[in-house]
Design a protein around this ligand. Structure first.
Ligand code: DC
Length: 223
């Protein structure tokens, strides 16, 4: 199949909106591949910190993006030959990812790595700029969001389930700061792309959100 005929479903949205879980389940339901693009930014941030590279050193970080060996195997993630665990999901890793994600050369260096995930029979990709920059020819573009309060509450529950300590007020503050940085940056800011349809999951549970994406996809197929 020619690459441009491989369908992509782009699911963009702010942090802790549940888009990762929704995208993953949609991919499973459709038998498609899945790209967690945020994990690439998180992994690069982690690799930089391990090497003592400053999170503002744009050229060195872009160079590092070309050097790191990143592998996804189901739910397992490998960085330079070693498996990465929960450290990738901490607020610290998210904040480092958000900082380096504001650098244009870093974003450019990660483009091909992301596009490599487009393989038959299809791809569900989640991030911030899947619909606008990485896969502008996506067949379905969803902007998935929820109120900051709902997202803080979901993240709180998630961390508690993992036995990690959390403070809901601090989480809310963190989410708002990250939203601000992700929306205000000059390159590929977080926004609802042209042609993307809004899915506000504040009143929905995960399963309802998954069903909504699937029904929007099937509506396309029957056209
Ligand atoms: O989705 P996430 O929380 O794992 O993403 C971590 C950070 O990476 C987020 O603050 C913004 C950035 N990011 C991005 O700029 N573009 C993407 N496609 C994915 C993530």
């Amino acid at each position: 199949m020619h690459i441009s005929n491989i369908p992509v479903i782009a699911i963009d949205g702010p942090s802790a909106s549940g888009k990762g879980t929704v995208a993953q389940r949609v991919a499973t339901a459709l038998g498609m591949h899945y790209l967690d693009s945020g994990a690439l930014y998180r992994l690069l941030g982690l690799a930089a910190q391990r090497r003592g590279i400053a999170l503002e050193a744009e050229d060195r970080l872009a160079e590092l993006a070309g050097q790191v060996d990143i592998r996804f195997e189901g739910a397992d993630i490998w960085l330079d030959g070693a498996q990465v665990g929960d450290e990738l999901r901490t607020e610290e890793a998210g904040s480092a990812a958000s900082k380096i994600a504001a650098l244009p050369k870093v974003r450019a260096a990660l483009l091909d790595k992301q596009r490599d995930f487009r393989r038959a029979p299809g791809l569900v990709a989640d991030g911030r700029d899947m619909a606008s920059v990485v896969f502008p020819d996506s067949v379905l573009k969803i902007f998935l969001t929820a109120s900051a309060e709902a997202r803080a509450e979901r993240r709180f529950k998630q961390l508690k389930e993992k036995g990690m300590g959390a403070n809901i007020a601090a989480l809310l503050q963190d989410i708002q700061a990250r939203d601000e940085r992700d929306t205000q940056r000059s390159v590929a800011p977080l926004q609802q792309a042209q042609g993307a349809s809004l899915l506000d999951t504040t009143p929905l549970n995960i399963e309802q959100a998954v069903q909504e994406v699937l029904s929007r996809y099937h509506a396309l197929e029957s056209k």
